[in-house]
Design a protein around this ligand. Structure first.
Ligand code: GSH
Length: 205
């Protein structure tokens, strides 16, 4: 079995688990509950990943893979199914670009949440306003592009974007983005209805 440093609250871990379910690999992964925070280091994780980040995947042969992008590349190598990352050409470029958008959106949400949850007096108003502006701009951009997103044969880009939207609901539940972006809302509803998405939902705890 592969071993995955895992948490039910991490959107990057969800990318990996959702991909594993899509590709029929989930049964080959043992999940190790690993608690991480930006403000501390987990002594059990550091030997596997000095960056202290999850997901981190330990293979049966002892190799250790991170980050979520590299783990999805590995899943494509071993799954024998339609790849989540096309091998070459314009299709690869388009998938990587979409992944950069989804993964960058996730990075932004994580930073915004960290800033918001700092103790009063330590929060930076300028950072919070800039994060909120960029978040709104990204949602508008996603709405403008959503007609090009796959609904059936999803790839790494759709997985990252779907997980980012779900994480936005998980940590910024009060934002009624669906009212402003109805086409994105419909696409995301279909994404979350996939068996792989249902099998990998966030849980607080
Ligand atoms: N680029 C990484 C990001 C992973 C990441 O930031 N994970 C967070 C949890 S959601 C983490 O491990 N944070 C702990 C830390 O920053 O020390 C990926 O795609 O896997």
């Amino acid at each position: 079995m592969m071993k995955l440093h895992w948490s039910p609250r991490s959107p990057y871990v969800r990318k990996v688990m959702l991909a594993a379910h899509e590709l029929g690999l989930a049964d080959r992964i043992e999940r190790l509950r690993t608690v991480v925070a930006m403000s501390s280091a987990n002594a059990e994780l550091i030997p596997d990943n000095p960056l202290n980040k999850i997901p981190t995947l330990v293979l049966e042969d002892g190799r250790v893979l991170f980050d979520s992008y590299v783990i999805l590349e590995y899943f494509d190598q071993i799954s024998g199914r339609r790849p989540l990352i096309p091998a070459d050409g314009d299709a690869r470029l388009a998938a990587l670009r979409l992944h950069a958008l989804g993964s960058g959106f996730l990075d932004l949400l994580i930073l915004a949440r960290n800033e918001r949850d700092r103790p009063e007096g330590q929060k930076s108003q300028a950072h919070m306003e800039a994060f909120a502006f960029k978040r709104a701009a990204t949602l508008r951009h996603l709405e403008s592009e959503v007609a090009t997103f796959a609904t059936d044969a999803i790839g790494i880009g759709e997985i990252a974007i779907g997980c980012a939207l779900a994480y936005s609901d998980f940590r910024f539940a009060a934002d009624p983005w669906r009212d402003r972006h109805p086409r994105l809302a419909l696409w995301h509803e279909a994404f979350e209805a996939r068996p792989a998405a249902r099998a990998s939902q966030f849980k607080d705890g």
